[in-house]
Design a binder for this molecule. Structure first.
Ligand code: ACO
Length: 423
């Protein structure tokens, strides 16, 4: 057994802990008995050094800029597969054969209709409410309409629960959008593939033909694929934390949606475009770069930096290529791209960014593509939700299947007042 010794220099006491191998990446030290042996806890601000679980779903090598879903590189999946095949892969561990794909894809189409009662919710929200707030409430309501998923007993039920939320998320996101625009809510179209159907639900009016090109469907499908999972990020960890208490699976997903909303996480895609618009022209880029480098200014370059990727974000590379391919086919906003290109050029050669390993992340590129698809900024983070739902729900299932799973209950370093009497 490989071990790791921790010595307390205050007392001279030491203890050995088992080192657990990983299939890929760093091994981990199992410190479960640390407090019992040495009377201390670990302090790991932001959990950056802590593995909170074992997982078989996704692997990231931040130094190499590698992302694998169930062992397959994201670049190959994005080139050769579609989002629904990737969903099957993430959920089941293997790519589907043609029969498996057909039945999975058909079931996702069938399940895309939410209960009619859910539609009533939307009228209660103001038109200008943020779509993430409304979507989060709608998914919360979904747990009330599918109470049967609270206590799942077997694998078939897990998969049924997973397919249901994957299928309904685009419909709920589209309802959210349509409500905010004052458009009538419309039903999914069973004859359309998942991603085409989502674009249809955003664009369609009760009458008239809705045009959606294959290029557009493929572009959004790629964005969904690249967002499908990202191991133990803030929202997935939140989903697992809530799932560990035995809450309804959809309630755990709601917690993930709320965690994703923040600008340091999924909310960055909306902020990138807002920031590029604020910069306004190529001439202003230097001024904003200066602000991003000023330690006394809270301004950060949105779409730059990543907690794990310290070389480049492989998803960003796929999207940059896609964006450049789409420039001529779907009329991408060239003024924003010009500003983005200048930001990228300066930042990649500036000592401040180079020294801190700050590279463009997925959000830096996704916004310009979504904008070209005619999707409003406020819908960018809900689109991230649609793509990530499969990842969240698969982590939850993995956690529920793990006989050793425990309720999440971290410790703290208490630095408050010592015990005192009330005067
Ligand atoms: N612009 C300017 N400076 C930055 C940026 C940025 N975008 N990101 C990090 N830094 C600087 C910090 O000020 C800090 O500098 P210092 O060492 O002089 O104090 C250093 O880089 C390290 O920053 P941390 O915040 O400690 O890095 P961490 O790994 O915790 O944060 C994060 C990662 C949150 C993504 C951060 O880089 C950031 O806020 N980026 C902008 C928001 C963004 O794009 N988020 C999307 C992330 S990807 C996703 O969720 C899909």
């Amino acid at each position: 057994m490989a071990t790791f010794t921790i010595k307390d220099n205050r007392t001279g006491r030491s203890a050995e802990f088992e080192v657990l191998d990983s299939t890929l990446g760093s091994p981990v030290v199992d410190i479960t008995g640390l407090h019992k042996e040495l009377g201390v806890y670990t302090y790991d601000n932001g959990l950056g050094m802590t593995a909170t679980c074992q997982s078989e779903i996704t692997f990231i090598d931040g130094a190499k800029g590698e992302l694998l879903y169930r062992g397959y590189p994201i670049e190959e999946l994005a080139e050769k597969k579609n989002y629904i095949e990737v969903c099957y892969l993430i959920l089941h561990g293997e790519l589907p054969n043609s029969d498996q794909y057909e039945s999975f894809e058909k079931d996702i189409r069938i399940k895309s209709y939410p209960h009619e009662g859910i539609k009533n919710l939307f009228s209660a929200f103001p038109d200008n409410g943020h779509p993430m707030a409304i979507l989060s409430s709608a998914v919360s309501a979904l747990s009330a309409f599918h109470h049967q998923h609270l206590n799942i007993k077997d694998d078939e039920e897990f998969m049924e629960m997973a397919r249901r939320i994957i299928a309904k998320m685009p419909t709920l996101a589209a309802y959210t959008y349509r409500h905010s625009m004052g458009y009538p809510l419309i039903y999914p179209d069973m004859d359309r593939y998942f991603t085409e159907n989502f674009l249809y639900m955003l664009r369609a009016f009760p009458t008239g033909k809705t045009e959606i090109s294959e290029v557009e469907t493929r572009a959004l499908d790629t964005i969904f694929m690249l967002h499908a999972d990202h191991e133990q990020n803030a929202s997935t960890t939140t989903v697992r934390a809530v799932g560990s208490t035995g809450a309804h699976p959809y309630a755990a997903v709601v917690a993930g949606i709320n965690a994703l909303w923040g600008r340091a996480h999924g909310g960055a895609n909306e902020s990138v475009i807002a920031q590029l618009e604020m910069i306004g022209s190529v001439e202003n880029v230097d001024r904003f770069i200066k602000r991003a480098k000023d330690p006394n200014d809270p301004f950060r370059l949105m779409g730059f930096g990543h907690r794990v990727y310290k070389n480049f974000d492989p998803r960003a590379r796929v999207l940059k290529r896609l964006r450049d391919e789409l420039r001529d086919t779907i009329g991408i906003n060239s003024k924003l791209i010009e500003i983005a290109d200048r930001v990228e050029e300066i930042a990649l050669n500036d000592e401040y960014f180079v020294k801190r390993n700050l590279y463009p992340n997925i959000d830096f590129y996704s916004g310009t593509i979504l904008e070209a698809l005619g999707i409003r900024k406020k819908m960018f983070t809900p689109i991230f939700v649609i793509g990530r739902t499969v990842g969240w729900i698969t982590h939850l299932i993995e956690q529920k299947r793990d006989p050793k799973q425990k309720i999440y209950r971290p410790r703290q370093r208490y630095i408050g007042k010592k015990r005192r009497s009330v005067p």
